[in-house]
Design a binder for this molecule. Structure first.
Ligand SMILES: [Fe+2]
Ligand SMILES: [Fe+2]
Length: 264
């Protein structure tokens, strides 16, 4: 089967570029299943119910989150009734929703999706992701196609996770840095891997945030981050091809597309 994973959808421009491109890409690549990280989909932080519905309408089948899982309070109220959303699996906090779930594609293929938070520079109380994921694998059947979002800051922690679980899941894809890395590959034992998928959002911001605000903060000023609603857009994703029988990946390649503001 062919699965697309879309990197952190960020703010209004991120939602718009996904709505614009995804239906065409679903057809062009004959995709069976689409997963997206949407931790930044609402004004750059969090995910409100309306935007969750909008992303499903655009053609997304499963949604992962990250350190911004809780930034819009209303998600606590609706996440238990939103089976497509995976909040981080290894939170220490007792939080509604789930962090792993089994989906069934239109063709009846079972796909497990898991959302994990890594530890470096994250400032969120999580169970060690290596031990938490080992436990999860021991509890779940090993034959399912399984896609794991590792949401983390450092390249080394992500690559270590990739090597540790190579051959035990179909794909391990990184999110959170909003910058796509060039290291996509199939690891030795059949797991597709990329350190970071990148983001889908404002192209001329800094990780999606208005650049002036980020530069000011780096010069010691204080003030809220804002997200420009008029900008070109970047769309970052990977497409992963998987052998349905073995659950092993046979191919992974990136999508890196810029859409001019006038074409959004
Ligand atoms: Fe993000
Ligand atoms: Fe993040």
């Amino acid at each position: 089967m062919k699965i697309m994973f879309i990197g952190d959808i960020t703010a209004k421009i991120g939602r718009r570029v996904v709505g614009k491109l995804l239906p065409k890409l679903r057809d062009k690549y004959d995709l069976d299943f689409v997963i997206a990280n949407a931790e930044n989909a609402t004004h750059g932080k969090g995910l409100i119910f309306n935007h969750y519905e909008l992303l499903l309408d655009a053609g997304i089948d499963a949604i992962t989150l990250g350190n911004h899982y809780d930034d819009k309070n209303e998600i606590r109220q609706y996440i238990d009734g939103a089976p497509e959303i995976l909040r981080p699996y290894n939170l220490k906090e007792d939080y509604p929703g789930v962090g792993t779930a089994l989906f069934v594609s239109e063709e009846g293929i079972r796909v497990r999706v898991t959302s994990l938070l890594l530890e470096a520079f994250m400032n969120i109380d999580v169970f060690n992701p290596f031990f938490a994921f080992e436990k999860l694998l021991n509890e779940e059947s090993a034959s399912d196609i399984h896609i794991v979002d590792i949401h983390g800051e450092t390249t080394a922690e992500k690559l270590a996770f990739g090597f540790e679980f190579d051959g035990r899941v179909s794909a391990i894809v990184g999110t959170h840095t909003h910058v796509q890395t060039r290291d996509y590959r199939i690891l030795e034992n059949g797991t597709a891997y990329i350190t970071d998928v990148g983001m889908s959002g404002p192209y001329n911001g800094i990780l999606g945030v208005d650049k002036e605000k980020v530069i000011a903060r780096m010069k010691g000023e204080r003030g809220p981050f804002t997200y420009d609603n008029s900008d070109d857009a970047i769309f970052n994703a990977v497409i992963i091809e998987i052998d349905d029988e073995s659950g092993k990946a046979t191919n992974i390649f990136p999508i890196y597309q810029i859409v001019k503001e006038k074409d959004l």
